[in-house]
Structures are given as structure tokens and as C-alpha cells.
Design a protein around this ligand. Structure first.
Ligand code: FE2
Length: 418
């Protein structure tokens, strides 16, 4: 059945657009399609963009911040890992799924339709991975989930960690994970990067490493990851998450590495709310922001995106899956607020995330692609970002996942009326 959305505002289009959908796919998008559809929806000039992408979250950790023993007193990444390690035993597949489902609901109701989640596989029972694989299958028609086989406690710092990562890939994880800066010595960190690349090639998987999530400018696993994936020709299938130390690297080092990053076509994920909170903890003043060089990467044409990372877990006590909030924090912390940057800021939580997830073929507002999109309560990208606007509608394969009416306001005051 054909469905026509009229009066849509699209990024970089001057006049209102019409969007024609048939059989779950976009069939035409243009200013005057001159078609009679079975159903027509007037969007009243609201902004239509592809769905939000959250390319980095830990769905197995959500809502565990308040558990007994999980409290992270220092607010550091390393105490977060310790608290998780001490409290993760005893989880069941159903319990993990229930928490993950709640987080998915929060994210989806705020316009997310694509998620890459890490699953902690430093657990011989593979409880997290089993739970998230089941959830992925259950939700596949309404949500795209990619899963990273992620050794939270290290490939080598944890007994048989590398074997568990490989087991996770065999079980069906989409990406190889790693955490080289957490290994017990630099050599083991390097070994884990080599292992991740070897596994990605062996099983034809994507790579997403927690890489250099520290202010230590001598943590330089990004360099090795870039070189190895470039030489294997899989840089564009590889993601470096966090890379906080690159924000502390000296200019000469960054200048040289940037050239290789461009050649390798590596993808970057920054988690602004988490890393502004977790990093800089050993600094007095001046205190570093702890984020990677998002602005410089973006200016160089390197694919970089933002992600939520945590929802109420031992690393970060807040978080609610609102990518607009993540974006708002990110563009402030990274000083990305020239008018052209604001106009294209939504890319950081939409198209750039899709490139990171390597799903460009099915993502975007193009004829022939799945009719997946969201409608924002704004008439331009600038207004959407300025007002941190909410999502009025989320459409998946041409069907409404939800429709939200703007909340009515009761007032007699003329100044408060539109
Ligand atoms: Fe993470």
C-alpha cells in the first residue's frame, strides 16, 4: 500500500518535500510527486532525518549503577571496571534481557533505530552475549542491533579472554572487541590489537575496540590498530571507540597519525557525556576534557560519531538514550558550534553512526532503501539542535513505531502563547 508524507523539511532542501513509500521502501522523494496515495500524512514542515544511531552502548550493564557493591566512588573508568567485575556474577539471561529491553525502549522512544552494543564475554557462561543475541533476534523487525564480542576485563588480563572473544564471534557476534589500554602491560595491549585484527579477518567481522580510553598520552594503541587494519585493507570496517588519549597527544604526533587515519578510513566513536565525566580524574587544574579530537577528525573528513555508552551503570550514573542530549554535550565540549557545524551536527548521531556500523546500503533517505526515518519537532536542523528538540514520529519499513503529539500548554498569558 502506498503512503505519502507531505510538507516534510529535509536537510539541504529549500522547498517542502514529499516522501512516497511503498512496500516498506522509499519509492520517491521530491517537491511535487503528483501521486494519489492510499494514505497521506501532512508533516506541517517538520524536519525529517534518518533514524538516530547509537553505535556504542553496553546494553548488558544498564541500570546496574545502584546495585549493592556497584557504587563507583572515584568516578574513574578503572574503578568502574572493578565494580562491574565484582558485581556481575549471578546474572541470568532473562535478567540481562529485561534490563536491555528497558534501555532499548528508552532509546527507541527517542528516535533510535540502530544500536551497536557491546556484550561482555569475560564470563565463561556468556550470559550477556546469549541475552543480547536473543534480544537482537526478537527485535529484528523494528530495531537493528549489532553486537560486539567485548572482553571487558581484557583478552590477556582475564583468563582465556582471547578465546572467549573468539567464542563470542562463533556464537554470532558481529564485531570483534578489545580493550588494549586495560591489559597488564603494553606488550599485551599490542598483542590484543593484533589478535582483534586476526580474528576480524578470520571470521570476516567488523572491529570495534575500546581504544586508549585514558588521559595517558603514551597510550597509543590507535596507531597500531590503524596501521594493521590499513595493511589488511579493512580500515573502513574498523572503529576506534573513545581514543581519549589522542586528545592529550602532542601536536607533532597527532599531525603524523592523522595522515594514516585518513588513508586507513578508520571510524571513530566519541562518548561525550561519559568521557567528560570519567577522564581528567588524575588532573588537578588545568583539568582536561578527556575527549578525542572530534572536531579535528571531522574537519579532516574522517568519520566520527557520538554515542550514549552508558545508562546508569558503574561507569556513569545517568544516561537515558537521548542522542540529542549526547549531541548537545558533544558539540559544546568539542567546540563545534560554528553555524555550518550546527547545521550538520545531526550527522554525528545519524549518518556518521551508520557509516561506523557499515550499514550505508540500507540507511538514509533515498529511493529504494528501507523507509526508516524520524520526524523532529523543528523546521530546520539549526532549530532542532538549538532547542534540543524531541522526536514526534519514528517510522520503520513504512510503519509508525510511535507518534507523539507535542504536549499542550494551558495558559492565559498572551506572551506565553504561540
Ligand atoms: Fe564503552
Amino acid at each position: 500500500m502506498q503512503k505519502l508524507y507531505t510538507n516534510a523539511t529535509l536537510v539541504d532542501k529549500d522547498e517542502p518535500q514529499e516522501i512516497l513509500i511503498d512496500n516498506g521502501k522509499f519509492t520517491a522523494i521530491g517537491p511535487h510527486l503528483a501521486v494519489e496515495a492510499a494514505e497521506t500524512v501532512d508533516l506541517n514542515g517538520r524536519l525529517v532525518v534518518p533514524p538516530y544511531v547509537d553505535p556504542h552502548i553496553h546494553l548488558d550493564y544498564v541500570y546496574t549503577a545502584m546495585r549493592q557493591g556497584a557504587l563507583n566512588g572515584t568516578g574513574t573508568l578503572f574503578e568502574g571496571i572493578q565494580r562491574w567485575s565484582e558485581t556481575k556474577a549471578g546474572a541470568t539471561v532473562e535478567e540481562v534481557k529485561e534490563r536491555a529491553r528497558r534501555a532499548v525502549r528508552e532509546e527507541m522512544l527517542q528516535g533510535v533505530q540502530y544500536i551497536r552494543t557491546h556484550a561482555d564475554v569475560t564470563d565463561p557462561s556468556m550470559t550477556s552475549l546469549k541475552a543480547l543475541l536473543e534480544l537482537k533476534e526478537e527485535l529484528k523487525d523494528i530495531l537493528t542491533i549489532q553486537i560486539v564480542s567485548f572482553p571487558q576485563e581484557g583478552m590477556y588480563a582475564y583468563p582465556n579472554g582471547a578465546e572467549l572473544v573468539e567464542e563470542g564471534l562463533k556464537m554470532g557476534a558481529d564485531c570483534v572487541g578489545g580493550i588494549p589500554h586495560y591489559e597488564l602491560a603494553r606488550e599485551f595491549g599490542e598483542k590484543s590489537v593484533h589478535k582483534a585484527v586476526e580474528l576480524a579477518v578470520k571470521y570476516d567481522k567488523l572491529i570495534d575496540l575500546h581504544c586508549d580510553e585514558t588521559d595517558d598520552d603514551q597510550s597509543r594503541f590507535l596507531e597500531l590498530l590503524t596501521a594493521l587494519t590499513y595493511m589488511e585493507g579493512i580500515g573502513d570496517r574498523t572503529t576506534a571507540s573513545h581514543t581519549c588519549s589522542f586528545g592529550s597527544a602532542n601536536g607533532a604526533y597527532a599531525f603524523r597519525l592523522m595522515k594514516t587515519l585518513i588513508k586507513a578510513k578508520l571510524n571513530f566513536i566519541s562518548c561525550p557525556t561519559e568521557n567528560i565525566y570519567l577522564e581528567g580524574r588524575q588532573d588537578t587544574y588545568p583539568k582536561r576534557r578527556g575527549l578525542t579530537r572530534v572536531k579535528e577528525l571531522n574537519d579532516a573528513g574522517i568519520n566520527v560519531c557520538f554515542a550514549q555508552d552508558s545508562i546508569a551503570d558503574p561507569w556513569y550514573p545517568l544516561g537515558n538514550g537521548n542522542l540529542m542530549n549526547v549531541l548537545d554535550n558533544g558539540i559544546h565540549i568539542c567546540q563545534m558550534m560554528s553555524f555550518p557545524e550546527i547545521d550538520h551536527a545531526l550527522d554525528l548521531i545519524t549518518t556518521h553512526g551508520a557509516v561506523t556500523m557499515h550499514i550505508q546500503d540500507e540507511y538514509g533517505l533515498d529511493a529504494g532503501k528501507p523507509a526508516n526515518f524520524i520526524v523532529l519537532d523543528a523546521d530546520s536542523p539549526y532549530e532542532a539542535v538549538r532547542c534540543r528538540t524531541g522526536v514526534l514520529r519514528s517510522v520503520r519499513y513504512g510503519k509508525e513505531l510511535f507518534v507523539r503529539e507535542p504536549a499542550p500548554v494551558k495558559t492565559d498569558l498572551a506572551i506565553l502563547q504561540a
